[in-house]
Ligand binder design. Structure first.
Ligand SMILES: [Zn+2]
Length: 76
């Protein structure tokens, strides 16, 4: 083994230790790669927007599901 590989709980894979940070979570200390930490930091706003988009889709979907159900009931 050339480098010290450590399990990254975020990516569920192994990275070189020097690309990782030990962070404290609810379940204890865990190693996570710097790349994913940076991505999360930068993506916080984007993820928020994504979450809003998903909840809009869910709303629209449950509405159309209700409409489909109505149509089915009316066909009988
Ligand atoms: Zn990682």
């Amino acid at each position: 083994m050339a480098t010290d590989q450590t399990y990254c709980y975020h990516c569920r894979t192994h990275h070189p230790r020097n690309e990782m940070r030990l962070i404290v979570t609810k379940t204890g200390k865990r190693w996570r790669c710097i790349r994913s930490i940076e991505a999360t930091r930068q993506g916080a706003a984007a993820r928020e927007a994504y979450g809003r988009q998903i909840s809009e889709i869910n709303k629209a979907e449950s509405k159309s599901r209700a409409q489909r159900l109505n149509n089915l009931l009316q066909e009988k």
